[in-house]
Design a protein around this ligand. Structure first.
Ligand code: NAD
Length: 400
């Protein structure tokens, strides 16, 4: 199937004007497309447009664009409020590419795609920004699943360069290539991921949170100490608990549960009681004023125990688990080694790509750590990736 030419003259539709949709609309309009921004709620459109206007004004202030360019970009975005189930989507009829960024619910997304494909031209491409659902399952709601793919932006889409391009099982390869080139032309840095739970970033990053929670639950160290170790010894911008509080415990727990369930309960991704309880209590992090830490005014953050040996143990245990995930993602062909490392540095700001890090700390050393953990705990969770075991035996590195 031929896809429409992806020139600037092509109109782009964005469905859902929330945090992601409004940012994606701004990115597409900044590149030069006419954008139809659709939502079922007037309040979402108002908030989304206000966010876009604020960003554009800031870009003028910082002399990144002129005021005339700001006006041009803003005029290219046409907001539409309607009922997505009852023909309200008609405004998207001439869009060559439609990116869906609505609520993360498989049935609602499937029904939207089935309605949408009757409205757009036969050669229009339909993309989903889902973080955790199967692109294949969304596409299978369509008569032409060949033109459905995942285009996974990170939050906020205007600032974060990474976009995971995710073809489903039935997606046309030529369409995937052309969408990837287009998103690159928008100024993004794309990686190709297979349609597997969590794609690249949300899969590989899980132990950063999960293993930190395990270490805490076992009483090996408290939260400030674990955060200190990962920040000051590991070089991460934020520690796991600070980051979970920033992301929101509910969001982080939902991502963990979704990958855990979608991998048929692989114990490497097992959620923890601590996070479930915090979420149940409404201690969701910065947004509720309390999470792992207290954000009320005057609250004093407990001091970490700055013991280098303890810090190193924490850092090496979490890093080994992260490297194990990255190696397994490569082993199971989720993505290439280059794309895995680029995804983790651009998507979650890791100080180094995990596979390059494995080369640096030593693959045999990483396997030793994992094997020791597996022997001690007797848990599958710590099994080393077959790829790491093979490489360690043969003295290979990921990047020569
Ligand atoms: N927030 C993130 O960090 C993030 C990152 C990457 C991907 N995503 C994914 O992007 C999607 C959107 O996330 P978000 O954070 O922007 O959500 P959000 O809640 O901020 O916005 C969703 C918007 O969709 C609208 N909507 C809901 N159902 C609709 C329908 N049937 N038709 C049209 N509009 C509808 C809502 O009114 C709302 O404005 C989800 O699939 C999410 O998993 C989110």
């Amino acid at each position: 199937m031929m896809a429409k030419e992806f020139g600037k003259e092509m109109a782009v539709g964005v469905i859902g004007a929330g945090a992601m949709g409004s940012g994606i609309a701004e990115v597409a309009a900044t590149y030069g497309h006419r954008v139809v921004l659709f939502d079922t709620q007037q309040a979402s459109i108002d908030k989304g447009l206000a966010g876009i206007e604020k960003n554009l004004a800031r870009n003028v202030e910082k002399s990144r664009i002129t005021d005339a360019v700001r006006r041009e970009i803003r005029t290219r975005i046409s907001p539409v409020v309607g009922d997505s189930a009852e023909g309200g989507l008609g405004a998207l009829a001439d869009c060559g590419l439609v990116i869906e960024a609505i609520v993360e619910n498989l049935n609602i997304k499937r029904s939207l795609f089935a309605t949408l494909e009757e409205i757009v031209e036969p050669d229009a491409v339909l993309a989903t920004n889902t973080s955790s659902l199967s692109v294949t399952a969304i596409g299978s709601a369509c008569k032409r699943p060949g033109r459905v793919l995942g285009v996974h932006f990170f939050n906020p889409p205007t600032l974060l360069r990474l976009v995971e391009i995710v073809p489903g099982l039935a997606t046309d390869g030529a369409i995937t290539d052309r969408v990837q080139s287009l998103i690159d032309a928008w100024g993004k840095s794309t990686v190709r991921a297979s349609d597997t739970p969590g794609f690249i970033v949300n899969r590989i990053a899980r132990p950063f949170y999960g293993e930190a929670l395990r270490i805490y639950e076992e009483g090996i160290a408290d939260m400030p100490t674990i955060d200190w170790a990962m920040r000051d010894l590991g070089g991460f911008k934020m520690g796991p608990f600070e980051l979970m509080d920033f992301i929101g415990n509910d969001i982080n727990l939902a991502a963990t549960k979704s990958v855990y369930e979608a991998t048929f309960y692989d114990s490497r991704f097992k959620p923890t009681l601590t996070q479930q309880q915090l979420s149940d209590a409404g201690f969701l992090g910065q947004k509720t004023g309390r999470g792992y830490y207290d954000y009320s005014s005057g609250a004093v953050r407990p001091e970490p125990t700055k013991n280098e040996d303890l810090g190193d143990l924490i850092f090496r245990r979490i890093l080994s688990m992260l490297i194990n995930q990255a190696a397994d993602a490569l082993y199971y062909r989720v993505a290439s080694a280059q794309d895995i490392d680029r995804a983790m540095t651009l998507g979650v700001n890791y100080p180094k790509g995990l596979l390059a890090w494995a080369d640096e700390v030593g693959i045999d050393e990483t396997v030793k750590w994992l094997t020791a953990l597996q022997e001690f705990y007797g848990e599958e969770r710590y099994r080393p990736s077959p790829l790491l075991k093979t490489m360690a035996g043969d003295g290979f590195t990921f990047f020569g």
